[in-house]
Write a protein that binds this ligand. Sequence first.
Ligand code: SF4
Ligand code: SF4
Length: 87
Amino acid sequence: MAYVIAEPCIGTKDAACVAVCPVECIHPTPEEPEFETEKMLYIEPETCIDCGACEPECPVEAIFEEEYVPDKWKDYIRINAEWYEKK
Ligand code: SF4
Ligand code: SF4
């Protein structure tokens, strides 16, 4: 189980979540080159420890525990994981 970033991050991408993640599993960070070109951030499911620290930091409520991702955004479970698989 992991947390997942969904559609509301697109267009906000303020990286507030990055600062609080204890295992640094949210990318790209503002220090990484992909930050400029990616439309949103992604959580690496293999590394996420399900601590929940990121969820209340998000100003647009884009972050959900995997099982609570709204149906309309279920695709983002795959989209988050795939961003790391292609690396
Ligand atoms: S739930 Fe915790 S470990 Fe997972 S992305 Fe959020 S802050 Fe990081
Ligand atoms: S806090 Fe929310 S909007 Fe900001 S980068 Fe993280 S998921 Fe995206």
